[in-house]
Design a protein around this ligand. Structure first.
Ligand code: SAM
Length: 319
């Protein structure tokens, strides 16, 4: 599928004003949190009222460009999230859908008080009832196989565990607040269709556009820092070998896959459903299959499945 990935260097409010009304199905964005981060040419430090005014302005434009069945996800830190909620609900009349907690297991330590371990994401829709939500595309595997379960797995819930982008991650860019691709993968798969346009007005190192590129969405990414726009373009030209982060539950192998036919079908589907954007996780998944089911698979003559998901993992995942 031909897709367009557009990068724009400029101020989010000014650039949003140039985008036609109702032309964007999904906005997924991680704006500056006003925490005095150094973003090169911009410092992320406004007075309290100025920050709220800035937020109200870009959110107003963002709502205008959303299609009537569009969805908006906004990352935010603790200091301002309640104000962003109020702007979205009270000032802009959007409909609250979910408050998602991005839980990271490591972070800065406090000696007086509790160390912060989460950021949050507000999900609002323009219309209370009519909006896209592909639950089947974002389900996570269940712990036990039960014929009554939906085999596409369970709803991932509103607490999403992904570790920070550590400096040792091979996809880590020179950006101070790069987010894990797994977060954007889930928002984009759930709330847009292939071929839709997804907008991130604060694209930073290009995480949202990288996910659009790999999930057949068109993308528009805006950032005020030209170095980050160059970073995004370079990232889009890099070879893809799987998203840089995965919800660990996606590798889970259910217990009780005792019927050989069901077991084979399930293993094949697991790769297609849960690991299609994560070829590098297939090896670990197959190791767990081996740990749990090897004797049974020997008995039922299914050992060739381990060859099927052998070295050519990426090809299998994409087929
Ligand atoms: C929290 S970071 C986004 C990080 C991004 N999600 C990623 O994964 O790399 C916020 C970005 O907003 C940009 N920014 C700050 N003020 C802006 C403005 N007025 N218009 C557009 N971009 C702005 C900063 O340069 C920074 O890259």
């Amino acid at each position: 599928m031909d897709k367009e990935l557009k990068t724009i260097c400029g101020d989010a409010i000014e650039e949003l004003k140039k985008i036609p009304d109702k032309s964007i199905r999904l906005i997924a964005t991680d704006p500056p949190y006003n925490l005095n981060k150094n973003y090169g040419n911009n410092q992320d430090k406004l007075k309290f009222d100025e920050y709220l005014d800035f937020s109200r302005q870009w959110l107003t434009e963002a709502k205008r460009v959303l299609t009537d069945d569009g969805t908006m996800y906004v990352f935010m830190g603790m200091r301002y999230i309640s104000y962003i909620y109020t702007i979205l609900e009270q000032d802009l009349g959007m409909t609250f859908n979910s408050w998602i907690t991005w839980y990271y297991t490591q972070g800065i330590g406090k000696t007086k008080g509790f160390s912060p371990r989460h950021d949050d994401i507000l999900m609002f829709t323009k219309n209370p009832k009519k909006f896209v939500f592909h639950l089947d595309d974002v389900r996570v595997p269940q712990k036990y196989y039960r014929s009554v379960n939906n085999m596409r797995g369970a709803n991932p819930g509103n607490v999403w565990e992904f570790s920070h982008m550590h400096y040792c991650n091979k996809n880590r860019k020179q950006h101070p607040t790069q987010k894990p691709e797994g977060l954007f993968e889930r928002m984009i798969l759930a709330s847009s269709d292939p071929g839709d346009t997804v907008l991130d007005p604060f694209v930073g190192s290009g995480t949202a556009l990288r996910v659009c590129q790999q999930t057949d969405r068109n993308g528009i990414g805006i950032d005020i820092n030209p170095d980050y726009i160059d970073m995004t373009k370079e990232r889009l030209s890099e070879k893809f070998d799987g998203f840089d982060s995965i919800d660990e539950r996606m590798k889970r192998v259910p217990n009780d896959l005792n019927d050989p036919q069901i077991r084979e079908e399930y293993i094949k589907n697991h790769v297609k459903w849960f690991l299609k954007n994560h070829p590098d996780a297939i090896g670990e998944f197959m190791q767990e299959v081996r740990d749990k089911y090897e004797p049974k698979m020997k008995e039922s003559g299914q050992m060739s499945l381990f060859d099927l998901y052998g070295p050519e993992l990426a090809t299998v995942a994409n087929s």
